[in-house]
Design a protein around this ligand. Structure first.
Ligand SMILES: Nc1ncnc2c1ncn2[C@@H]1O[C@H](COP(=O)(O)OP(=O)(O)OP(=O)(O)O)[C@@H](O)[C@H]1O
Length: 267
């Protein structure tokens, strides 16, 4: 029987940055298979290589050795099938909320959807992140949380196979962050897209993820442990607080980060 190919396969990946005669092996032998529709978080101490790993999947930087396959095709350049959402939204300040999303829609769908369809699709994704009402505002006229919603809408609008989220809620206050986490859970439930998210927040990782990838400290960081989060969905943050599975998962990540792989400040 033919072996089933994983949706995203990261196999034996090494990443070394070289400048002049010095080289820094950031990632060592990173291997994992991710299934379609999974929500996977990557957690690890500062500087271990989380963003580097995300950039490799995005195709923004090449692997030194090993390989990344998406639906059995090698990833070696950026593409609209992998949309990245950064911590600091990167909206164009002179365009409205609508036009910031529409630009991405036009880029990806100009040959495949009519003008009216592209308009409807733009409004649909803005409504998904609850930003339809603010479509005519410019980035300077909306809050940080709203900007992040537009960034997520823009990424979603490209119908990517994989959403790559680099600390998407890191710059937001706790309440805004909670609202956006709820939105992303609703979007994930509705669209069933594959999400890979970097976070420093243990509660966020447990709340959102199907699996949590825990990275060891660098240099030569690798995947230390992978935790399955078996909590059923939809998940409600208030109900989880006293849920034994939630408490156990949270404890497992905290123990990994603060007992087995403590952060040691470089001398
Ligand atoms: N383009 C680059 N050239 C050289 N070194 C780099 C480059 N990008 C990252 N690094 C190095 O790779 C290591 C990992 O960086 P990376 O940003 O991936 O870590 P991180 O886990 O995402 O950190 P943080 O949690 O603080 O954002 C660091 O030592 C960094 O200096």
């Amino acid at each position: 029987m033919a072996r089933q190919v994983p949706y995203l396969l990261i196999e034996g990946v090494e990443k070394t940055f070289t400048r002049g005669s010095t080289s820094n092996n950031v990632l060592h032998n990173v291997s994992i298979a991710i299934e379609q529709g999974e929500y996977v978080s990557i957690i690890g101490h500062s500087g271990c290589g989380k963003s580097t790993l995300l950039n490799l999947i995005a195709g923004l930087t090449p692997v030194t050795s090993g390989g990344i396959l998406l639906e059995n095709k090698e990833v070696n350049s950026p593409g609209p099938d992998r949309a990245v959402v950064f911590q600091n939204h990167s909206l164009l300040p002179w365009l409205t909320v609508y036009d910031n999303v529409r630009m991405a829609v036009d880029k990806v769908f100009s040959g495949r959807k009519s003008k009216a369809e592209r308009h409807d699709w733009t409004m649909h994704v803005l409504d998904l992140v609850h930003m339809g009402h603010a479509k005519d505002r410019r980035p300077g006229e909306i809050s940080g949380g709203m900007k992040q919603r537009v960034g997520i809408a823009r990424a979603l609008s490209m119908e990517p196979k994989i959403m790559l989220l680099d600390e998407p809620f890191g710059a937001l206050d706790a309440l805004t962050r909670a609202h956006l986490q709820d939105s992303i859970m609703q979007i994930h439930a509705a669209l069933k897209n594959t999400m890979i998210m970097i976070t420093h927040d243990v509660d966020e990782a447990v709340l959102l993820s199907d699996r949590i990838i825990m990275m060891t400290n660098g240099p030569s960081a690798t995947i230390g442990e992978v935790l399955d989060v078996t909590l059923p969905r939809p998940r409600k943050r208030l109900e989880l607080v006293s849920n034994p599975t939630y408490i156990k998962a949270r404890e497992a990540v905290l123990k990994f980060l603060y007992e087995r792989h403590k952060f040691v400040e470089a001398a």
